[in-house]
Design a protein. Sequence first.
Length: 253
Amino acid sequence: MRPFFIYLKPAFDFAVTLLHWTYLIFGFAAFFSPFYLGALLFSTNRESAFQKLNHVFFKGFFLLSRLLIPKLVLNISDEVRSLRSCVIVCNHLSYFDPLLFVSLLEKHKTIVKSTFFKVPVFGLILKTSGYIPSTSAGAFSSLMIKRVEKMGEFLSSGGNIFIFPEGTRSKNGSIGKLNEGAFKIARRFKATLKVCSIKNTNVLYRPKTCLLDTGIREPIEIKLIGSIEPYSNGHRLSVSDLMSRTLLLFEKG
């Protein structure tokens, strides 16, 4: 039985991965695109409408994952699900990480690589959803400034911005150098930093492979590991202080 299983599993991994891509491409085109178009043309708050649609779309994506991969378990703490009006920072292991946060948070923003804003249709969705380009160079300069300027209003209305301050996926699970963006936003708008830990998304979707691993046994987990107030007892923490405290929480994990 063992040799047969070894032969069968790659084929099953491929089939499940193909079904996920079918959902992302054809599911969007056939079922979700009319709702996005309706929101674009008729919604009085396009940004909020697009964020809700993104949220529903990726909830469906992970529902499909749980249906197709029986061993897949998602352990998401209630503390994470109930986060509001904060800057969320998290370690980064897989391309699935941002998709998972979008599926958890209805009112959300994040920072996305600027090159994705140039992709037809996808770039329009990113812009309309209020997401922030990762660089302020060239054509993205005014867009980034505009989005950051309005962040205080967004946070005070109950929205969250989630950011992976490493800027890229970890290759070995360890925490890399942190970028300052998330900490500058928290400090500027006096928003609480919520530090989260994510585990095992890199087991489901391993680096250097294009296939999902349907044999995953470890649960995917997101939990809140700490909170940091940029202002405490009238004292304003520096960006470096916020970063060092966040690193400490990540290391304790």
